[in-house]
Design a protein around this ligand. Sequence first.
Ligand code: PLP
Length: 375
Amino acid sequence: MKQYIYADNAATTQLDPKAFEAMIPWLRDEYGNASQPYSFSRKPKKAIAEARAVIAECINADPEEIYFTSGGTESDNWAIKGSAFSDSGHHATITSQIEHHAVLHSCEATERIGYPVAYLPADEEGRILPETLDRYISDRTRLVSVMTANNEIGTIQDIAGLADIAHAHGAMFHTDAVQAVGHIPIDVKALDVDMLSASAHKFNGPRGIGFLYIRKGIKVCPFMDGGGQENKNRAGTENTAAIVGMSIALMNNTQNMRNTSDSIRSLENLLITKLIEEGLVFRRNGANTLPGLISLSFQNSNGEMLLHRMDLKGICVSTGSACNGSSDEISHVLQAIHLPDEYAKGTIRISLGKHNTESEIFKITESLKQILMPK
Ligand code: PLP
């Protein structure tokens, strides 16, 4: 197999080998349906309960507040649509202009059937300021949804400050923490959020599994109708292997978070220092960013061209969010932060993870120099 330098960890991550090992028995031998009452199903049922408890502990929630989903997209859809559909008064949702499409398109879907939505502007560094929310919110607001950290530019938001304003107006607060969980400390009680979305494949767990934290007492409609799984809130036979894999990956990432983020930060600093040393001129987007999430804009260049030329050198980077990968339009996030077009068009996202090395950073910077400053 060709050896790639994988620097697109915000798109997805390599599966933790311990998570993989832990999944095998549930795929091969212990295939019982966890909802069945016979003894063969006792082990998968117990494994799911243990995984729920582990995940809850990692974010300081109670196990009954964790609902398994198929990933970040489903969790976001559930939070936005489930809270709207439980509200016959058609109160408003407030979200931000820089959310992932899983949130934005869910909001648009509710708007089409009569639920009003307002979209908060961001500042030039991608921050949603509490004072901006304060201007938009009213006692007719049902839900505020602002992401914990942005997937294109990495900006981390003041979630506790925003949730505080939402609650002062009697609104619920949801955060899409898909890029943050497993990478920065997340404590749902300290953040005071009512719902939080997460996705395993962003923290070295398997793809196709995630969870939605729903604080006890919060009113949201079930998202999937069918059987009685997930306390009658999300129907469908449980994916035991994926749930177990997700819990192991999250536990490992949480236990090693400090060391991992320190080493990713030092790779990030090395990359920036090398680019400057090589004489490359660029603009870095975002502020107070996630470790290793680096959005770089090269004036009068072309992000698509950079992505493909890096690909030819065996290096995986992205132009913006993973879901924008095939479009050469300027992403909604770069537009929202008012990045001038001549920079926005030449933007790439390099997202480092725990498997990247110093020698890979040298290859990345050397390759960018060869592409942008040919001799
Ligand atoms: N939210 C954010 C911030 C993301 O970055 C992503 C994926 O890129 C999603 C939601 C969707 O997650 P999933 O791929 O698990 O559906």
